[in-house]
Design a protein around this ligand. Structure first.
Ligand SMILES: Cc1ncc(COP(=O)(O)O)c(C=O)c1O
Length: 391
């Protein structure tokens, strides 16, 4: 039989059946696993046989989730963590040592910014930021200390897009590890490893869960690098719970159809927002007005579920708009079946200075919409009435 499509494998890969021959996988809610004898236990600890030992290292539910995402991303190996930030931190801490530097795109998720600027420097790991609109400037930011390049695409919250084909070549020429936070696109839209990334990581809390139920993170890619991350995690303990892994693994079965619908709804919302005269900018990767529209078309199958826009009137109007919302949720999450609106400058990115925010396009009037799976007419009607009432 020909090799199956990754989307089929993400549904059909399944933890081994128990003697009960259940169809759906049970939740392996156990912290450890038993051995038949001392020799089996010794061999398992010596990595001579592959089998679960202790759920901080691995667990059948977690393994299944990892294998399914590896299939979708085209990756050799992976490790799942208790949250997206645990995956980001484990990747940096597992691969970098004191004296190394991380070259990152300037616009990254707020907690990743805190990690790069405040936490990692305490361990002697430095960083440099480079701008997406000026790719020529990236070469000058690489020093002898640079170990790893880190980017998000599309970025949170301003929906900017990084040219992965260019970046894959750039990283290869300079012998640097390329890590892509693929949380916004998911492998249904972009597969970073195909562009030369070594690792693709996720806040699984977002689209992978898709219904705002559990926290989770995962990093997949090159086997050797994952081995280093695993060694760090095995001894430091950011493991994903079996229950959350069970939820996330089931959710992967519907990821592709959900991402298509999220993207269709987001495109319709973006087109509606462009008709409004009271907005200074609408950002969506697959709008021809997006500064990196050509790049987005090249590397994204659909545009993803996030639209960003700027209301005239700054912070006051931005918050006034949120207060006028009737149906969409005001919450810190995204990638849910329910549409969410948020105001990054006063919430997720509030820890950055005003200057840092403006440098990555987070102006006081920026609003982020995570398009849900509701009928798009209802989402648009809610946004329209809130824009009208907050004018
Ligand atoms: C792009 C991106 N990376 C990482 C994270 C962190 O993930 P978590 O909240 O699961 O720790 C987020 C959370 O919003 C995110 O949007």
């Amino acid at each position: 039989m020909a090799e199956q499509d990754p989307r089929t494998r993400a549904i059909r890969i399944q933890a081994e059946r128990t003697p009960h021959k259940e169809h759906a996988v049970p939740v392996y809610l156990t912290s450890s696993f038993v051995f038949d004898d001392a020799e089996e236990m010794r061999a398992a600890f010596a990595d001579e046989i592959e089998r679960p030992i202790y759920s901080r290292f691995s667990n059948p539910n977690v393994e299944e989730f990892v294998e399914r995402l590896c299939a979708l991303e085209g990756a050799e190996a992976g490790y799942a963590t208790a949250s997206g930030m645990a995956a980001v931190f484990a990747t940096f801490a597992g691969l970098c040592s004191s004296g190394d530097e991380i070259l990152s795109c300037r616009s990254v998720f707020g907690a990743t910014h805190t990690l790069l600027t405040k936490i990692l420097p305490r361990f002697g790991i430095g960083h440099a930021y480079a701008d997406l609109e000026d790719l020529d400037s990236w070469a000058a930011k690489v020093t002898k200390k640079t170990k790893l390049i880190y980017v998000e695409t599309p970025t949170n919250p301003a929906a900017d897009v990084v040219d992965l084909e260019w970046l894959g070549k750039f990283a290869k020429e300079r012998g640097l590890i390329l890590v892509v936070d693929n949380c916004f696109a998911t492998p249904s839209i972009t597969r970073p490893l195909e562009f030369g990334a070594h690792l693709s990581l996720h806040s699984a809390t977002k689209y992978i869960d898709g219904q705002g139920r559990v926290l989770g993170g995962i990093v997949v890619g090159d086997e050797k690098l994952i081995g280093d991350i695993y060694t760090f995690c095995r001894s430091t303990g950011p493991a994903l719970s079996p229950f959350s892994a069970w939820i996330l693994s089931r959710s992967l079965e519907t990821l592709d159809i959900r991402m298509q619908r999220h993207s269709e709804n987001a495109l319709a919302i973006a087109r509606f927002l462009e008709t409004r005269k009271d907005l200074s900018e609408v950002r969506y990767p697959l709008l021809p007005s997006h500064p990196r529209y050509e790049v987005a078309k090249k590397q994204m199958k659909w545009g993803g579920g996030v639209v960003a826009f700027k209301v005239e009137g700054g912070l006051k109007r931005g918050q006034g708009f949120l207060d006028a919302i009737r149906m969409c949720s005001l919450t810190a999450n995204l990638g849910d079946s329910r549409s969410i609106v948020s105001h990054p400058a006063s919430t997720t990115h509030a820890k950055m200075t005003e200057e840092e925010r403006v440098a990555v396009g987070i102006t006081p009037g920026l609003v982020r919409v995570s398009a849900g799976l509701e009928a798009v007419e209802d989402i648009i009607a809610d946004l329209e009435q809130a824009l009208d009432r907050s004018r």
